[in-house]
Design a protein around this ligand. Structure first.
Ligand code: PLP
Length: 358
């Protein structure tokens, strides 16, 4: 890069260019992004089209979509004064980090975890501490307590991506009430686990809970997430959010999703059963270690070259995630749980890959 181009960027930026990449070859069995394998039924999509047809497209959405936020709050079980909505939970994470992180401030991001956290923290020039997960990739409360003492922010995904591990609720409550840091609890996979820190957010001023509609609610393409903070903190975070960040299409679709939440979440139990079935199959392979997971994916390690296994499975039309570039996961792959027949295709493709990759 020439000096003229370099001159106008913040010091840390050029080093980050191109760091977040995703290799997505076209495969009939797509198990690489922890999506829900079941799309919306046609009659629900039709309801969305009809609602959007009746809304003026030439006008901005409400400056504060109070009615919509109130519905989201009711759906989540929170007070509307605690809730902010976003174009995916990632957008809200961005608003939280912009509100709290800068050069000279520390953020605890236990590794390995969701790549976007560190990417955003680096973008803002914050110091990243990676402690918090033990050798078995379980949350270590004592390590978290130590690391959090001089940190501005701690980010925990629970269940964590890509390990599937969860924080013990008693540990979390103790940590939140005995730490000066802001605790950002990312519950993207909440529905597959069932435990939440949401109730704590009504009392703890230093806790924020993130939720997404991208996973259990089959809405990754719509881009919608919400955050729940203490009522005193929520309006402050709101200052870091762009106006009109959720568009009329997404709002209409999310309303339909919330009205049909029971049927939309009907596959969650099946996905959990399938997760355990796939885990049993993986454990039957000699030399494979499977991590216990409370989400809709499994992390596993083999003694083989993960990139070669990944390629061999792609050649059989099955796409999993090569997570071997993540910290501490040099031998690992991650597979999302799909429909039963997709999971069978994955087991078969892995069986094949294990025969050709030494
Ligand atoms: C832990 C975690 N948080 C957030 C997200 C993305 O959420 P959204 O689609 O709402 O931006 C993911 C997606 O993989 C994730 O694994």
């Amino acid at each position: 890069m020439t000096d003229t181009t370099l001159r106008y960027f913040k010091q840390q930026l050029p080093g980050l260019a191109g760091r977040y990449k995703l290799d997505v070859p076209d495969c009939p069995v797509k198990l690489n992004q922890n999506e829900n394998a079941w799309d919306w039924p046609a009659h629900l999509k039709q309801q969305v089209f009809e609602r959007v047809r009746d809304v003026p497209w030439n006008r901005y959405p409400p400056f504060v979509p109070a009615e919509f936020v109130a519905r989201v709050a009711r759906h989540l079980g929170a007070d509307p004064a605690q809730v902010l909505v976003g174009n995916g939970s990632n957008e809200l994470l961005y608003a939280i980090f912009v509100s709290t992180l800068e050069r000279g401030r520390k953020v605890v991001i236990p590794q390995p975890t969701f790549t976007v956290y560190k990417l955003l923290a680096d973008l803002l020039g914050a110091e990243v501490v990676t402690d918090g997960l033990d050798d078995e990739m379980q949350y270590d409360a004592a390590a978290l307590e130590r690391a959090s003492q001089d940190a501005a922010v701690v980010v925990l995904a629970t269940p964590n991506n890509p390990t599937g591990s969860v924080i013990n609720p008693t540990d979390l409550e103790h940590l939140v009430f005995n730490s000066p840091a802001l605790w950002v609890i990312d519950e993207a996979y909440f529905e597959f686990h069932g435990e939440s820190a949401l109730e704590l957010a009504a009392n703890a001023r230093n806790l924020v809970v993130l939720r997404t509609f991208s996973k259990a609610l089959s809405a990754a393409g719509l881009r919608f997430g919400a955050m729940v903070a203490h009522p005193e903190a929520a309006p402050v975070f709101s200052a870091a959010k762009l106006p009109y960040n959720v568009n009329i299409f997404t709002m209409a679709a999310i309303e339909v999703a919330m009205e049909n939440a029971v049927s939309m979440k009907a596959r969650v139990e099946e996905i959990k059963r399938e997760r355990e079935r796939v885990a049993r199959h993986l454990r039957d392979f000699k030399g494979i270690k499977v991590y216990p997971s409370r989400a809709n994916f499994l992390l596993f390690e083999t003694g083989r070259d993960p990139r070669e296994l990944w390629k061999a499975m792609v050649s059989r039309g099955v796409l999993v995630r090569d997570v071997s570039g993540y910290p501490r996961l040099g031998k690992a792959l991650r597979v999302s749980i799909g429909r039963p027949e997709e999971n069978d295709a994955f087991i078969k493709a892995l069986e094949y890959a294990m025969t050709i990759v030494p």
